[in-house]
Ligand binder design. Sequence first.
Ligand SMILES: *Cc1c(COP(=O)(O)O)cnc(C)c1O
Length: 365
Amino acid sequence: MTRVYNFSAGPAILPEEVLQKAAQEMLDYKGSGMSVMEMSHRGKEFKQIIEAAEANLRDLMNIPENYKVLFLQGGASLQFAMVPLNLMRKSKKADFVHTGQWTKKAIAEAKKFGEINIVASSEGDNFTCIPELDPATFSKDADYFHIATNNTIYGTAYNDIPQTGDVPLVADMSSNILSEPIDVSKFGVIFAGAQKNIGPAGVTIVIIREDLVGGAAEDVPSLLNYQTQVDNGSLYNTPPCYSIYIAGLVFEWIKQNGGLIGMQKSNKEKAQILYDYLDCSTLFSSPVQKTSRSMMNVPFVTGNKELDAEFIEQSSQRGLKTLKGHRTIGGMRASIYNAMPIAGVKALVSFMKEFETNKGGGNNV
Ligand SMILES: *Cc1c(COP(=O)(O)O)cnc(C)c1O
């Protein structure tokens, strides 16, 4: 068996120990004689799985008592609609910071339900940075304020979380949740599709402050109402059982590997190795402004499309997979989520140096 280094932005690499444990438990989960995929979501085994997953997530992120944790479906993209459907209850206004394609989609969806104010945008800089924020432009009466804490496609991330006062801050953390400690109490809602840094596609984590539940209008469909999901402990209908089970194993794996401080330490180290090389390479460079660089997604280019294509082809032959940049921006992108070992990043940099030397560069190595 050969495992590759998978740099996919999502669905993404999972910890090997988690996959092994899932394989061991595949046919007979803890003496039940069934796989988790085959068992009732109302049975005692699954009840234990979802309760342990929530408890471990609460523990890892230090989620305060007055926040609910939900395991939903529909991906982060459904949250682009659920958030306005549930939170636009007074002024029906929302503030957004526009930092790329995921905020573009979130803005387009929220516009269906209310008035959107874009307080800052990095579109003029091709989304290569997080824009400066001026609190004077924030709407005092907004029902919420939306950001994407990590921009998966462009490789940018916030250094400082915006201070929005009494306006609830909503964060799309799909691609950097669990990558480092955060203060959950600064947020009204945190949501994340699982397939980047949590587990398999199919489950979406929502962490929501209690007072933001219960504001949806009467005609909001039951499944899209946070209240329904809270009242039923995410079990109003059949949840994505297997994805929740794997997410639970990932939470255990993170705990065994130093928690979020442990993740932060290794994520910093991995990102540093890659950025240090990019900053001294004569062939490859990072298009992202230094102060906005993501630890999770690292885009890079040679500036020559044919060379990029050649690099992607050759790296793939070396078992360095899925390094192609997003279809809309080209170039390369290495996603180095929690589950990517340091050895994977070292193997990538080593191959980049070799490629650079073969192309006549490499006076820095
Ligand atoms: C991947 C991603 C999404 C979309 O997630 P889905 O689960 O496919 O809907 C939204 N926001 C960010 C930041 C992402 O990385």
